[in-house]
Design a binder for this molecule. Structure first.
Ligand code: 6GU
Length: 267
């Protein structure tokens, strides 16, 4: 039962990193079933037009609703058919055992700077789904009626990577797919490495060191060389608190931030 992913974009080549590394391996192992679709394939004019000027005026262009509705209809029809029939997307992935064969519609994710913040919590929620579809728009946006239309047919989530602006949703999809895929059973060998991570328990990670014990005149902290596992665990926890207070005070209760930073000043 693999996770089915559909991505609709005007830049299908932008998703080629998903052929590589752990994600590529997961696809070859049948854990991920990825389908990339070119939005321009759902136009009908000779210039394959996907955008037009905004009603009411203003800068930039807005993505036309028609191609989006046709593309998403294609995704839903192809995905809910659930067979291994050729789809002309050239993805060659095995759809036969995709969990989406059971799901009638995908959860539609629209990446955009105006969305709800994408967090580890949301990555975990998405990793529990059978079928995700991503709609990559340019940042001036997709005609608002597409959100209404899609919302009447499938769950829709608008998600942002953070408070900065990207040119389009493609890079955000790469980040979201990687964050979700690595949570799927079998994608990452060591399940412990998933638990001991920033954002899994609300604290940043402790600093890590490897050989040599002295490098460039800099020593590895003594406690790590001593083999006292209790002391090491306590030191690492302290480091995590200090780091979080310094770099991400928003993750801690304000009282904890003051205490940790005051303790640091004393030394
Ligand atoms: Cl998810 N998309 C775009 N286009 N820009 C962003 C973003 C997403 N998150 C931050 N900036």
């Amino acid at each position: 039962s693999s996770l089915r992913l559909d991505v609709v974009t005007i830049f299908p080549e932008y998703l080629s990193p998903l052929d590589l590394s752990l994600i590529g391996k997961a696809r070859r192992d049948g854990l991920l079933d990825l389908h990339v679709h070119d939005l321009r394939d759902f136009t009908h004019d000779r210039h394959r037009t996907v955008d037009d000027s905004p009603y009411g005026g203003g800068a930039g262009m807005v993505m036309k609703p028609g191609p989006w509705a046709e593309a998403l209809e294609h995704v839903v029809a192809q995905g809910s058919a659930g067979g291994a029939e050729g789809d002309g997307d050239g993805d060659g992935a095995a759809a036969a055992d995709s969990a989406a064969a059971g799901a009638r519609v995908p959860t539609l994710i629209v990446p955009g700077p105006g969305g709800e913040p994408f967090t580890q919590q949301i990555a975990r929620e998405l990793a529990d789904e059978a079928w995700l579809a991503f709609a990559c728009g340019r940042y001036e946006g997709i005609d608002e009626r597409v959100y209404e239309w899609a919302g009447e047919r499938m769950p829709v989530r608008v998600l942002s990577l953070g408070d900065y602006v990207l040119n389009g949703g493609e890079v955000a999809v790469l980040a979201m797919v990687e964050a979700v895929a690595r949570l799927l059973p079998g994608v990452i060998g060591n399940a412990e490495s998933l638990v001991e991570e920033s954002h899994e328990d609300g604290l940043l990670e402790y600093p890590v060191y490897t050989k040599p014990a002295e490098w460039d005149g800099r020593a590895v902290p003594d406690v790590l060389l001593g083999g006292n596992h209790r002391a090491i665990a306590e030191w690492r926890h302290e480091q995590r608190l200090q780091r979080t207070a310094e770099r991400r005070p928003d993750l801690l209760p304000p009282t904890a931030v003051s205490t940790v930073l005051a303790d640091l000043e004393e030394r």
